[in-house]
Ligand binder design. Structure first.
Ligand code: HEC
Ligand code: HEC
Ligand code: HEC
Ligand code: HEC
Length: 455
């Protein structure tokens, strides 16, 4: 009898402990898809109420007069905001102080004896941040629309945004008796406390990104190039994206087929652009600033803090629940100052025939190579009657079947990217892989290209 009651007690304690990790009912379910598609989203109204309160942007200050001398003519060392009137410039300085360093004030970035001085690293960073914010608002409209962002979107009154990421430190396997954890199996907040790999960001949100794919294009395992590891990393990123936005998977996917683009809600395409935007911010703005930051700001492997989805979103489906804060600061909606050309959207005219080159043996595009795609998408979006014909080329040397398969995978990569960017499937024509004449001996980039002709 005693044993039984002890068992009941242990059971009860275990149940309470387990349930403590769950959310207390009631929760709300919102149906988003066509009836019967099970596309509901589950919300906890109490979490939402707290979230809504934490996401109210500060009220804008009154606009400053545009008349009077320009900041460039009055101050000594103004490189980005020179076109503003002195009054507008000062309004802007007051605003960024409130957004980034309200406790510390102007001297967080400035030497109080000489405001033109650049001895504080924070000022150097802040100038590049100004350009980064403008870049987001001007060049990434496919993600941020007219809502845009300000420094407050990420900083929320703190010098270091609450949500940033560093490349995770490698496990010290010599002193660790636990064996190879394989950068996972430790429930991490970055991936919603799942035991998935806790750093999907280095793989997916910085230079040389890996493909975010796990569904094989072939029915039989022999043709599949997707690994369990790739699957786990993809899920990690997906859990991060869901928790950053405070949504379920069905916000972006029809769970009938996670891979299918034409059955997914439009938010998935927005997210696709968001992934590219995050890479651009990390590669073009944050990483190059690494030598500017003091050592204590750098991560365990000496890298700079970087941006992921939660840096802006912080648990909301749109940052600040879509509050249009940037429109009151028009200086952040233009691109001024020295601009790296690679950060600009590509010119539209010359994209009738595009050639995309892949790395040896790789079916994915990245970095410089991926930019050609933006060009294609722009051309096709501008003229809805155009169609793209895609052909993958492969080398005449080596195993013919493997080459053929690789060329096919490369063509699929390009097709998937076009569909992801919102181009209708009926406008994309895939052709059989073509063998190049060259490359019998030696390395020829022509043997690892995909050609796209838009007519
Ligand atoms: C978060 C960093 C930051 C804070 C805080 C900040 N500034 Fe600035 N300030 C800058 C940057 C960056 C520039 C250069 C802008 C450019 O190149 O267009 C600048 C330039 C200036 C200049 C021009 C100096 C010159 O001669 O070149 C003045 C004046 C100025 N700030 C005043 C202020 C005042 C007053 C405050 C406090 C209300 C303030 N700033 C707070 C980053 C900051
Ligand atoms: C997309 C998100 C994002 C936006 C928008 C953004 N920042 Fe940042 N900012 C970051 C990240 C990430 C860091 C790196 C954190 C660190 O300092 O270690 C950073 C760092 C800084 C720092 C250095 C702080 C420190 O103590 O090391 C300053 C200053 C700064 N930002 C100013 C600005 C200003 C001014 C704006 C608006 C013009 C702005 N930021 C807009 C993400 C952002
Ligand atoms: C905010 C939108 C969003 C959310 C939320 C989201 N996904 Fe995704 N998912 C995407 C996008 C975009 C891609 C394609 C990424 C790319 O190609 O760069 C993708 C890709 C995938 C893939 C790979 C499909 C393939 O082609 O192999 C799987 C599987 C997947 N997601 C599962 C999930 C799961 C499970 C969840 C919930 C934990 C989830 N997703 C939440 C946007 C989202
Ligand atoms: C620089 C800040 C920033 C970053 C980083 C960012 N977003 Fe966004 N996102 C925004 C803004 C601003 C909007 C609102 C656009 C609008 O009003 O339509 C938005 C909108 C969205 C939407 C559309 C929501 C809807 O209901 O229409 C999705 C989905 C989304 N973001 C996913 C992501 C994902 C996934 C990531 C990370 C890969 C990401 N975002 C990173 C700023 C950001």
């Amino acid at each position: 009898m005693r044993a039984l009651s002890r068992a009941v007690l242990v059971g009860a304690v275990a149940a309470v402990t387990l349930l403590a990790g769950c959310e207390r009912p009631p929760v709300d379910a919102v149906q988003r898809g066509y009836r019967g598609t099970a596309m509901e989203l589950v919300y906890n109204p109490r979490t939402l109420a707290a979230q809504a309160e934490a996401n109210v942007p500060p009220a804008p200050t009154d606009p400053a007069p545009t008349e009077g001398p320009k900041a460039r003519d009055v101050y000594q060392n103004v490189k980005v905001l020179g076109d503003l009137s002195v009054a507008q410039f000062n309004r802007h300085m007051a605003a960024i102080t409130a957004w980034v360093s309200p406790q510390e004030g102007c001297t967080y970035c400035h030497n109080a004896q000489n405001f033109a001085d650049e001895s504080k690293y924070t000022k150097v960073v802040a100038r590049r941040m100004l350009q980064m914010t403008q870049n987001i608002n001007v060049n990434w409209k496919q993600h941020v629309a007219d809502t845009g962002v300000t420094c407050y979107t990420c900083h929320r009154g703190q010098p270091v945004p609450a949500q940033i990421w560093f490349t995770a430190a490698p496990q010290d396997k010599r002193s660790d008796f636990i064996g190879n954890l394989n950068a996972q199996n430790q429930p991490a907040p970055s991936v919603g406390l799942a035991t998935l790999p806790y750093d999907p960001f280095t793989q997916f949100l910085a230079s040389d990104p890996k493909p975010i794919r796990l569904i094989s294009d072939t029915a039989l395992p022999a043709g599949s190039r997707k690994s369990i590891q790739q699957t786990e990393y993809t899920y990690s990123l997906m859990v991060h994206m869901s928790t950053s936005l405070g949504v379920n998977c069905t916000y972006c996917h029809n769970s009938r087929s996670f891979a299918e683009w034409n059955q997914a809600p439009p938010q998935r395409a927005t997210a696709w652009h968001g992934i590219r935007m995050a890479r651009n911010l990390n590669d073009e703005y944050l990483t190059p600033l690494t030598p500017v930051f003091p050592a204590q700001r750098l991560g365990p492997t000496g890298d700079v803090a970087k941006v992921n989805c939660s840096t802006c979103h912080q648990g909301a489906y749109k940052p600040l629940y879509g509050a249009q804060m940037a429109k009151d600061y028009p200086e952040l909606l233009v691109y001024a100052g020295a601009v790296k050309t690679s950060a600009l959207p590509p010119p539209v005219a010359e994209a009738r025939r595009s050639v995309l080159y892949f790395d040896v043996g790789s079916p994915t595009l990245h970095g410089e190579q991926e930019k050609g795609l933006g060009q294609l998408v722009a051309t096709m979006s501008q003229n809805a009657s155009t169609k793209a014909t895609i052909s993958g080329y492969h080398s005449a040397a080596g195993n013919a079947d493997a080459n053929h398969e690789l060329a096919k995978q490369r063509a699929f990569t390009v097709r998937d990217s076009l569909l992801a960017a919102g181009i209708a499937e009926s406008r994309v024509i895939l052709q059989k892989p073509v063998q190049t004449q060259g490359n019998i001996a030696g390395e020829d980039p022509e043997a690892r290209r995909v050609e796209v002709t838009v007519r």
